[in-house]
Design a protein around this ligand. Structure first.
Ligand code: UGA
Length: 456
């Protein structure tokens, strides 16, 4: 139930493993596309997976929750749990997760339940949601049918969702009754040694806690970057030293930049902060994580202002629009925040490029523009490739780290940006760490990369 990044990828993988899967969603146009063989989101490897299993008949799509419920022995709840705006609160960071969609699915499950079912929550939810799901189903169930509620949080990353599902770090199965464990173990029998069995509360909280910790480490890296800017230390070197500690590890989320975005970290840290607060516990630490993240774009923009000085007479280019690479998802994208800020500061023209996210960015900037009363899209030029975005421009902002950006040669970039005019200055501001600062400075760029001055 719910065919977004989590539902669609999980459904496709389960069908690949030989199960009969129906993916349901209330969004009719999305389901229609899927039925026609189109995949409404971009995720590497997903289209092939869906095509293959659709052709075999194991993977089907429906807008009917009744059909989905009646079909299944195991029902996965994969609907969105967005942050709820709390307009009246004195604290802008207190945003509870909106569980309306989870509640609706629970009621539909109760209404259409035609036999014993295992109901598995995969959506990221506040601790104790499983109890509410169980109560709701019991309340709306008209017959006496056995059912079990399980928490099986999803840990996939967008852009690597298929890969993550086929090779997960861990499978968490949380339930307060013994019966469903057997079926869940069987479902995930490929990874017996990666299964963590626990109670439902720990499973629910474990997911939020992991996202909170990852976000915390990013904000930590970002304040370290600010200190590096002041002291001449290089944040990538500092992170390297930290990661060499086996207790931290090589994959730690310590890449400083313009802050984290996406549909998960921003809402999950807020939801976690809200849970602490509702339980009467102090969680200023989490509030600080959000505060650092919010001010990181401002910090970056301030650097641009200082170096570029007059904005209205420059052309700007931005590489990367999605909240990260290999996705078309622009939710909470920091790149869009930077673009909005450039427009507000009077940039006359912002050329942008992203291999997958141009359309979604256009829609999102349109929506934001209506809200802010600014015609962002009137100032933005969507380019078809890196070359076009980097040609004849004064200021380049690198907001993504796609491979095609990493392949850009500084000498060539300088030539492109200046259009061959020798004395024309070029500014490059990196929210990532793609280029070698020394090389960039040698090529004559005015260069800034978050947390690394490139002085030594
Ligand atoms: C995140 C988690 O990594 C997944 O484990 C989790 O399942 C998912 O949320 C979820 O809750 O559904 P995702 O948001 O798809 O996954 O992407 P990440 O790769 O975690 O990146 C999130 C943001 O943090 C991006 O904007 C990225 O650029 C930024 N980031 C990441 C940094 O700024 N620095 C880092 O070191 C790492």
């Amino acid at each position: 139930m719910g065919s977004g990044y989590v539902g669609l990828v999980t459904g496709a993988i389960f069908s690949e493993w030989g199960h009969e899967v129906i993916c349901a969603d209330v969004n009719e146009s999305k389901i229609e596309k899927l039925k026609q063989g189109e995949v409404p989101i971009f995720e590497p490897g997903l289209k092939e997976l869906i095509d293959r299993n659709r052709a075999s008949g194991r993977l089907r799509f429906t807008t009917s929750n009744q059909e989905a419920v009646e079909h299944a022995d195991i029902i996965f709840i994969c609907v969105g749990t967005p942050a709820e705006e709390r307009v009246k609160s004195h604290d802008q960071y207190l945003k509870r997760a909106n569980l309306t969609y989870v509640g609706k699915v629970a009621r539909d499950i109760a209404m259409y339940m035609n036999g014993p079912k295992i109901i598995v929550d995969k959506s990221t939810v506040p601790v104790r949601t499983g109890e509410h799901v169980e109560k709701t189903i019991r309340r709306y169930l008209s017959r006496d049918i056995d059912f079990w509620v399980v928490s099986n949080p999803e840990f996939l990353r967008e852009g690597q969702a298929v890969k993550d599902c086929l090779d997960p770090d861990r499978i968490v199965i949380g339930c307060n009754q013994e019966q469903p464990f057997k079926a869940m173990r069987e479902l995930y029998s490929r990874f017996p040694e990666r299964i963590i069995e626990t109670n439902i509360w720990s499973a629910e909280l474990g997911k939020l806690a992991a996202n909170g910790f990852l976000a915390l480490s990013i904000s930590y890296a970002n304040i370290l970057a600010r200190l590096c800017d002041k002291t001449g230390a290089d944040v990538t070197e500092v992170a390297k030293i930290m990661k060499a500690d086996r207790r931290i590890g090589p994959k730690a989320f310590l890449n400083a930049g313009i802050g984290y975005g996406g549909s998960c970290f921003p809402k999950d840290v807020a939801a976690l902060y809200n849970i602490f607060t509702e339980e009467g516990l102090d969680a200023q630490l989490l509030k600080e994580v959000m505060l650092v993240n919010d001010t990181q774009v401002e910090y970056f923009i301030q650097k641009i202002r200082e170096e570029v000085w007059t904005i209205g007479d420059k052309t700007f280019s931005v590489l990367g629009l999605a909240f990260k690479d290999d996705t078309d998802d622009v939710r909470e994208s920091r790149a869009l925040e930077v673009i909005k800020e450039l427009c507000r500061m009077g940039a006359p023209k912002v050329k942008v490029y992203d291999k997958y996210a141009s359309n979604t960015a256009r829609e999102e900037l349109e929506r934001m523009g209506r809200k802010d009363g600014v015609d962002y899209n009137g100032l933005v030029i969507y380019c078809d490739n890196v070359n076009e975005a980097c040609s004849d421009t004064d200021v380049l902002i690198v907001a993504g780290e796609a491979n095609e950006f990493k392949e850009i040669k500084p000498k060539y970039l300088r030539q492109k940006m200046t259009n061959g005019v020798v004395n024309r200055p070029s500014w490059v501001f990196e929210g990532r760490h793609i280029f070698d600062p020394k090389e960039m400075i040698k090529e004559g760029f005015v260069y800034y990369s978050v947390g690394r001055k490139g002085e030594n």
